[in-house]
Design a protein around this ligand. Structure first.
Ligand SMILES: [Zn+2]
Ligand SMILES: [Zn+2]
Length: 260
């Protein structure tokens, strides 16, 4: 597992600055919040010898030592003495953040595992260098389908396309069931429950603007899973790491599993 890099911290840091009062954030608060977002594990979480902080903390400190935000013109660092200071996001930084807000929201709101977050922010960063657009999908669970349809966003259209293809892919003999507990809404609710299911993203699903949607969806199918809302909530119960399929399955008591 690769260590966290300064580049991976750039967008989440800009978001934290932008959400703070006067668009300023102290280095201490920034470090606390980045830790909560990235949930450092493995080598990142190791304590540095003779210090009170982790390797992850060191990388956050390096943002200042290496003038990482200044290099891109995204933020400035203001010293207030006593080894304490704050970052303030610049207009340039706000524009960069705005361009990438959908992807930042997607990555930070779906409780992905620490490693997947790091990998994804690398993809976003490389994308900036290559300046090609990344298009994102969303979990868009059926519960908010009505509202999402009214807000006809491009993300929603792509996501429902992925959702429909996933449903088609997982439908066997005209029925779809939860991959974890095998609950079948049509069997339980009759016609009213037909086709009801949520689509869980096991890993972030991206696509590049110039890529064929069909190709991306083919790849994305390996990363999505139809689950009932109960199992979906349990998969995301521990914020640090979503459960993988075999883990959730092993937790379901044989009394309640609907699998034959
Ligand atoms: Zn289930
Ligand atoms: Zn999910």
């Amino acid at each position: 597992m690769a260590r966290i890099t300064e580049e991976q911290l750039v967008l989440p840091s800009l978001m934290l600055m932008d959400n703070s009062q006067n668009r300023q954030i102290t280095t201490t608060i920034l470090r606390e919040k980045l830790t909560a977002i990235f949930k450092p594990i493995g080598e990142d979480a190791e304590i540095l010898s003779g210090r009170n902080d982790t390797k992850f903390d060191q990388i956050v400190r390096n943002l200042n030592a290496h003038k990482t935000f200044e290099r891109f013109g995204y933020a400035t660092y203001v010293t207030t003495g006593h080894n304490q200071g704050y970052y303030e996001i610049t207009e340039n930084g706000r524009n960069y953040l705005k361009e990438n807000m959908p992807i930042v929201n997607y990555l930070l709101n779906n409780d992905f595992a620490s490693d997947d977050l790091k990998k994804s922010f690398d993809i976003v960063f490389e994308d900036k260098v290559r300046s090609k657009n990344i298009l994102i999908f969303d979990e868009n669970t059926t519960i908010n389908e009505g509202a999402s349809k009214i807000i006809t966003s491009k993300t929603y259209e792509r996501s429902s396309q992925l959702r429909n293809i996933a449903i088609e892919h997982y439908t066997k003999n005209g029925r779809i069931k939860c991959e974890a507990c095998c609950f079948d809404f049509e069997e339980f609710y009759g016609d009213f429950g037909k086709g009801f299911i949520e689509i869980h993203h096991q890993k972030p699903v991206f696509m590049f603007e110039e890529t064929e949607l069909e190709q991306t969806i083919g790849r994305a199918l390996n990363n999505v899973l139809p689950v009932c809302p109960n199992c979906h909530r349990m998969i995301h119960k521990k914020r640090d790491v979503p459960l993988i399929l075999s883990e959730i399955k092993s937790k379901i008591s044989s009394k309640y599993t609907y699998c034959n």
